[in-house]
Design a protein around this ligand. Structure first.
Ligand SMILES: [Zn+2]
Length: 419
């Protein structure tokens, strides 16, 4: 039996209680025992980690992963690479997340249908390093919606399946399920990157969304929705969508509906894309703050701040992450979201970390029944040992060299602590 004993750590267990000093014993993939008195636990044959002065916390979950987005600068970068190169890039994306302390990744969409599936299978088999993955699908969109790159004079395939009507939706969802995707991604609303259908519009019809949910749930899968518009978000809640992405525009009625559904849905705001554009971090790639302003990005960022601050107060289960994988917000820098949650949505650092750990863990275990995302006896041992106190300085979570130990499923993926 593989055992690891963390001695004298400052334990932040994500339950909402303050950190305390103690020991944690891991046996096989589970947290077996926690002692609030350091030195009480012994385990012959265990790997011992002297953790005094360091912070032990649960591994993080990325709530909207694009493992195959390899520093993309445009949709062209998703469409044109050969599948062989994209498969390798997806494997690198998975490793980048685990290296950054993300022991779980909830897949949004991938550039090709089976990229997330193939890498998930390799990681599960222990042949590639990566987080616990729920594989995302291709985007499912409608004619003229986000992801429809085709025009009459230039027919071409985007990183999407284009459907019109419930029957075509049923077929697309079944296809994604047949090929092994865990999560089905719908492009419900418009998007600032698609001028024909701006963010406040809702190209996908309720009947299409409802069919996607019925089909996915019948096959034991979950549905993610790209929804920035009020009508889109209301349709998603009514149709039973499980995970809502972006969600910038809202009104009182929408906030009420979300609050009523808060035990059922998870919400991932994906603020990074807009933050980086507004702060000119995407300028070297042709997407300056000025270009972003013409696309309406500052207004969307303001709307995001308003909506998600209100949702925080209503107790919604927010999860960090989203839309990392672009050149200006690469896979591996996802923990920047922690500070964004403080700056834009008014979370305390501890609450932002709970969005990353406790809420993310609840999301990942939704169908498996596995308990993860907290340091409690019987929970999966996904743990991070951090040099310093991330509750006092969230930027520590973005510094790979500060992550001294990364444990997933009870296995030491990284251990920079001398015994
Ligand atoms: Zn995305």
């Amino acid at each position: 039996m593989a055992k690891t004993l963390f001695l004298g750590a400052r334990i932040w267990d994500a339950s909402g209680a303050p950190a305390f000093e103690g020991d944690v014993l891991v046996e096989n993939q589970y947290i077996r025992a926690i002692s609030r008195t350091p030195g009480q636990l012994t385990a012959p044959g265990a790997t011992v980690i002297q953790a005094r002065g360091k912070t032990l916390l649960p591994g993080m979950t990325e709530g909207h992963a694009h493992l195959s987005f390899d520093a993309a600068t445009s949709t062209e970068d998703l469409i044109t690479p050969p599948p062989e190169e994209q498969t390798l890039a997806t494997a690198r994306g998975a490793k980048a997340l685990l290296d950054a302390g993300f022991t779980s990744a909830w897949g949004a969409s991938e550039a090709k249908l089976r990229l997330g599936v193939a890498v998930r299978n390799e990681v599960d088999a222990g042949r590639l390093p990566g987080p616990r993955i729920r594989a995302g699908s291709l985007e499912i969109s409608v004619t003229g919606g986000m992801g429809d790159e085709s025009r009459l004079h230039n027919p071409r395939k985007g990183p999407s399946i284009i459907i019109d009507g419930p029957e075509e939706m049923r077929k697309a969802v079944r296809l994604c399920c047949r090929e092994g995707c865990d999560n089905i991604k719908l492009d419900v609303s418009g998007d600032p990157f698609y001028p024909n259908t701006p963010a406040h519009l809702t190209p996908m019809a309720y009947e299409e969304i409802r069919m996607a949910v019925e089909t996915a749930h019948a096959l034991g899968r979950r549905v993610n929705a790209h929804t920035r518009s009020i009508a889109g978000t209301q349709a998603c809640i009514k149709a039973g969508v499980d995970v809502l992405y972006h969600l910038e525009y809202s009104d009182e009625q929408t906030l009420d509906l979300l609050e009523e559904a808060r035990e059922r849905v998870f919400v991932v705001p994906t603020v990074s894309l807009f933050h980086t554009i507004v702060n000119n971090e995407a300028a070297p790639y042709g997407l300056s703050a000025e270009v972003g302003a013409r696309m309406g990005v500052p207004a969307l960022l303001e709307a995001s701040s308003k909506t998600h601050t209100a949702l925080r107060k209503r107790g919604i289960r927010h999860v960090i992450g989203g839309d990392y994988g672009f050149a200006w917000s690469r896979n591996g820098s996802n923990a920047r979201d922690l500070q964004f949650f403080v700056d834009y949505y008014g979370y305390t650092p501890a609450e932002a970390l709970r969005c990353a750990t406790r809420n993310g863990g609840a999301m990942m275990g939704i169908d498996s029944g596995q308990k993860l995302g907290q340091i409690q006896e019987g929970y999966l041992a996904d743990l991070l040992l951090v040099a310093g106190d991330p509750l006092a300085d969230l930027s520590l979570m973005t510094q790979a060299e500060r992550l001294l130990v990364i444990m997933k499923d009870g296995a030491l993926y990284k251990n920079r602590c001398a015994a």
